[in-house]
Design a protein around this ligand. Sequence first.
Ligand code: FAD
Length: 74
Amino acid sequence: MQVLGLEQFSIAHDKGSSHGLSRIIRLAYHEHGSYVPLLRSAFQLWRELEAETGQVCGAPTRLLWRCTKSKTMA
Ligand SMILES: Cc1cc2nc3c(=O)[nH]c(=O)nc-3n(C[C@H](O)[C@H](O)[C@H](O)COP(=O)(O)OP(=O)(O)OC[C@H]3O[C@@H](n4cnc5c(N)ncnc54)[C@H](O)[C@@H]3O)c2cc1C
């Protein structure tokens, strides 16, 4: 497969929505049944990357999700 990437800024810029010092990846999704298995394999790949590079990429933690009655998830 060939992929063409087009970017308006120089590579490794800080203007994308993916920029930032921290990210959250959570298993608490209910959009589609394939989502959680996909995420589990992503976690596995992160662990493999950590083993390959010797760098820690993530810190597993617990998540408490709160919302008001008017903002219940669909
Ligand atoms: C404040 C914030 C916090 C978030 N936190 C999380 C989080 O913790 N965990 C999580 O999973 N998700 C999070 N998200 C959502 C996640 O960051 C985005 O869904 C994801 O990063 C989007 O990736 P992307 O590659 O589509 O977009 P981007 O990372 O924004 O990349 C789009 C790229 O396209 C380039 N571009 C845009 N228009 C053009 C054009 N016309 N020509 C050339 N290049 C162009 C931009 O410069 C940019 O580099 C967060 C989003 C925001 C805004």
